[in-house]
Design a protein around this ligand. Structure first.
Ligand SMILES: C[S@@+](CC[C@H](N)C(=O)[O-])C[C@H]1O[C@@H](n2cnc3c(N)ncnc32)[C@H](O)[C@@H]1O
Length: 366
């Protein structure tokens, strides 16, 4: 198998292709990306046979921005016979994957594929039995073993391959399924919730998203993001000239500052989270976030960068590189991740965590 299949948001195939081409080349795995506009996926074909496997091991999935899932696949299986679609799929995986821990039969995230998804659900049952009999799949689910992916792009037509549990998305189709909380003041609440699922490991939620932490929310109104922080029993400074939802103010956990988010400075030194959803030029937001982190005004930040119409991958990369430079110049060691989330449209979400500060006199952080 010498191809990498990358799932992405429909309409962002070019960005996904530009990104994988650049990052694969950094890992000396050369090839070319096949892009079909609006398909919801990209195929990166490596010139060397082993490079696809090498890439899914060495290219950190967490460093990909426009990709929701990364799978090694072989040639497209076409015209699967309706009377037995199971055997060709099982045959393609036999000898390639052993004792996988999970099977996901998936489709691109497009309207056209919705019908196909119904077939995928039905097809999963006989395929699972066949893969187990062939030793491709374990008899029980295991999160520590590879995941088998069967990706239908049309009826009877699929890519087949696997992803690695330590370097993939844990979610079906790379999308966390979240339910809109009916008492949240805006739908964008799901963006921050998804960001928590994608960027913060579940076993660290209690420490990093736990009760009693202080947070600042820039561009907070009407309060969808603040809602997520309040729900986790945090105290929130909400900065925005607009009105906050009364239900949030009634909790007593929210201080509303009617101020410009670019001028607001925290009065306290105990802010853990900075979140920011202000609709502004990406470069302005990126600079502001870097300033907060360099000055030690927060420990972690989650914010959106709105995308321009063209050269979107380049624009995001430049902003991330600028933040990285500013942090380094400020003596701040940080982990930076960015992802176009399912709930992001023309934007990406960035997460930055200060690891420790090298500046003399500044308190070290784990
Ligand atoms: C997309 S909305 C935020 C939605 C919010 N995150 C939620 O979940 O309900 C953007 C908000 O940013 C605010 N905003 C834009 N520029 C701002 C600035 N310079 N200072 C403070 N707020 C700003 C707007 O008033 C608007 O309420």
């Amino acid at each position: 198998m010498n191809k990498i299949l990358l799932y992405c948001r429909q309409g962002f195939e070019k960005e996904c292709a530009a990104e994988i081409s650049a990052k694969a080349a950094e890992h000396q795995a050369f090839g070319f990306a096949r892009v079909k506009e609006d398909s919801g996926y990209v195929l990166y074909e490596c010139y060397q046979d082993d490079d696809a496997e090498k890439l899914i091991k060495t290219l950190p999935f967490s460093q990909l921005i426009f990709c929701r899932q990364m799978v090694v696949v072989g040639e497209l299986l076409r015209d699967l016979p309706p009377e037995d679609r199971v055997s060709p799929v099982t045959g393609m995986l036999t000898g390639v994957v052993e004792k996988a821990g999970e099977l996901r039969v998936e489709v691109p995230d497009t309207n056209e594929s919705k019908e196909l998804l119904k077939f995928c659900r039905k097809f999963t049952v006989p395929l699972r039995a066949s893969l187990r009999a062939a030793g491709v799949l374990l008899n029980y689910e295991s999160a520590k073993r590879p995941v088998v992916h069967v990706f239908f792009i049309a009826p009877g037509c699929c890519y087949v391959g696997y992803s690695l549990p330590e370097n993939n998305s844990t979610f079906f189709m790379g999308i966390p399924r979240l339910k809109f909380p009916s008492d949240a003041p805006s739908r964008s609440t799901l963006k921050l919730e998804e960001a928590f699922h994608v960027f913060i490991p579940a076993d660290e939620w209690e420490e990093r998203l736990g009760s009693g932490l202080y947070a600042v929310d820039l561009g907070a109104c009407p309060g969808g993001w603040t809602y997520q922080l309040v729900k986790r029993s945090m105290m929130v400074h909400a900065v925005d000239n607009g009105p906050m939802a009364p239900s949030l103010m009634d909790t007593g956990q929210v201080f509303h500052h009617r101020e410009d988010g670019f001028r607001y400075r925290p009065a306290r030194t105990n802010i853990y989270w900075l979140v920011c959803d202000m609709v502004e030029k990406p470069v302005r937001v990126a600079n502001l976030m870097a300033d907060w982190l360099v000055n030690g005004w927060c420990r972690e930040a989650i914010f959106n960068l709105k995308l321009p119409m063209k050269k979107r991958y380049e624009e995001v990369s430049q902003n991330l590189a600028m933040i990285d430079e500013k942090l380094k110049a400020g003596g701040v060691n940080a982990q930076i991740q960015a992802r176009q989330l399912y709930h992001d449209r023309e934007e990406v979400t960035v997460h930055i965590r200060r690891i420790w500060s090298a500046t003399p006199g500044r308190r070290d952080e784990r």
